[in-house]
Design a protein around this ligand. Structure first.
Ligand code: NAI
Ligand code: MG
Length: 382
């Protein structure tokens, strides 16, 4: 039997990013040992805020380019109170996403067994909330276009601009990706979110391109459009009317934190930064940050990290060309990896169902206890 080895760059980053990455690596190794048909080789890259303070950079020169040799990237979280957040974001995450063409950020949200939503309707029926948010991950409000004149915030008449860039190419590819995602989900439903009443250029282009692409899916995917402010209300009041959601970089960033909180905790929410063309490696990370308020206490919820790991395994399963562009795999995949991804997700759900949960989910367990429980459960589910 041939064993396929995947080379993974692991970037723990800062704060709880370190704890949850360590936990995810442990669980992934347990998974590969249990299945025996694939293997992960991790290279740990210390691109942290502490290193930034010592040497003046996060990724060393050529570091981001160097990621191209890996099959995937596993990322914890970056950011620490003594380094301005725009530095950590712009020196680390954003260059990785753009250099590696990871234009689709996929963020599933649902209420996993043994956890509960703050939405009263979902307490008795958790299936009411089951969404995938598709975030445009390469341009829009996070294009970095703009400037400050004079270059200080403290002059009496300082002016700053923050220009959003929306390209037809960028909108079209993410909208098509979202339609494909919706098409491969049971309900085949897509909601597009903009703010095209107040923002009359880029957002209007989004709407126009959306309806153009939508024609290709007429009769196959049901679709509608929301303004972002009204969308927050719909997410809270009528969660069951939503399924797949596509939005700009900023809007989807905000909506996915809301989605995570509505599903129980930001600590469980996963994300995949995908290059759907598969030319470059994709990156998998929980959506939360480095959580300085709980860092170093060993109590971070590792579920979002584990769920992100299942998404990585599922994506890698498609690397034999067996997948459609959303990484949902129809065939057997590389060395049974689809089964492995399902096994890990089931193990996670069994553990939360059994009440082995961190404090953010109302439990008493620490990161290590949840990790060990998931490792034990992998063997049982297998
Ligand atoms: P955060 O997500 O780190 O924390 C928000 C709140 O959620 C905190 O109360 C935290 O304790 C809690 N929380 C987050 N993850 C948790 C987990 N796994 N288990 C239990 N509780 C959890 O967001 P915040 O505080 O706005 O940002 C902190 C730092 O992280 C900043 O420097 C920010 O720039 C950075 N950040 C980095 C991200 C990334 O690396 N992709 C994403 C978001 C923020
Ligand atoms: Mg965010």
């Amino acid at each position: 039997m041939s064993i396929r080895t995947f080379k993974i760059a692991s970037i723990p980053g800062d704060g709880i990013g370190v704890d949850i990455t360590e936990a995810a690596v442990e669980v992934l190794q347990k998974l590969s040992q249990t299945f025996g048909t694939f293997n992960f080789e991790f290279d740990t890259l210390d691109w942290s805020s502490q290193k930034y303070k010592q040497r003046g950079y996060y990724a060393p020169p050529g570091g981001v380019e160097g990621l191209k040799k890996y099959d995937a990237i596993y990322f914890g979280a970056v950011g620490w109170p003594d380094v301005p957040d725009h530095i950590s974001l712009w020196q680390m995450i954003l260059p990785i996403r753009t250099t590696l063409n990871q234009y689709a950020n996929v963020r599933p949200t649902r209420i996993i067994p043994g956890t509960s939503s703050p939405l009263s309707a979902c307490v008795s029926n958790s299936s009411l909330l089951d969404w995938v948010i598709v975030r445009e991950n390469s341009e829009g409000e996070y294009s970095g276009h703009g400037g400050t004149t004079p270059s200080t915030a403290h002059a009496p008449h300082t002016v700053a601009t923050e220009v959003s860039i929306f390209t037809r190419v960028g909108i079209e590819r993410i909208v098509r990706f979202a339609f494909e995602t919706a098409l491969h989900r049971p309900r085949k439903k897509l909601t597009m979110v903009t703010k095209s009443n107040a923002q009359r250029h880029g957002m209007v282009l989004w709407d126009a391109v959306f309806y153009e692409v939508a024609k290709e899916y007429d009769g196959r995917v049901e679709y509608d459009k929301m303004l972002v402010d009204a969308m927050t209300v719909r997410m809270v009041n009528r969660p069951e009317t939503l399924d797949t959601i596509v939005a700009t970089n900023l809007h989807a960033d905000i909506l996915s934190d809301l989605a995570a909180a509505l599903s129980g905790s930001i600590g469980i929410a996963p994300s995949s930064n995908l290059d759907p063309t598969r030319q470059f490696p994709s990156m998998f990370e929980p959506i939360h940050g480095s959580a300085p308020d709980i860092a170093g206490q060993g109590i971070a919820n590792p579920i979002g990290a584990f769920w992100s790991a299942t998404e990585m395994v599922r994506w890698l399963a498609g690397s034999d060309g067996n997948s459609n562009i959303v990484g949902l795999v129809d065939g057997p995949g590389v060395g049974n990896m689809v089964k492995a991804a399902d096994c890990l997700m089931k193990a996670i759900e069994n553990v939360t169902q059994a009440g082995v949960k961190t404090r953010d989910l109302g439990g008493q367990s620490n990161t290590k206890a949840v990790t060990s429980a998931v490792c034990v459960e992998i063997e049982k589910v297998y």
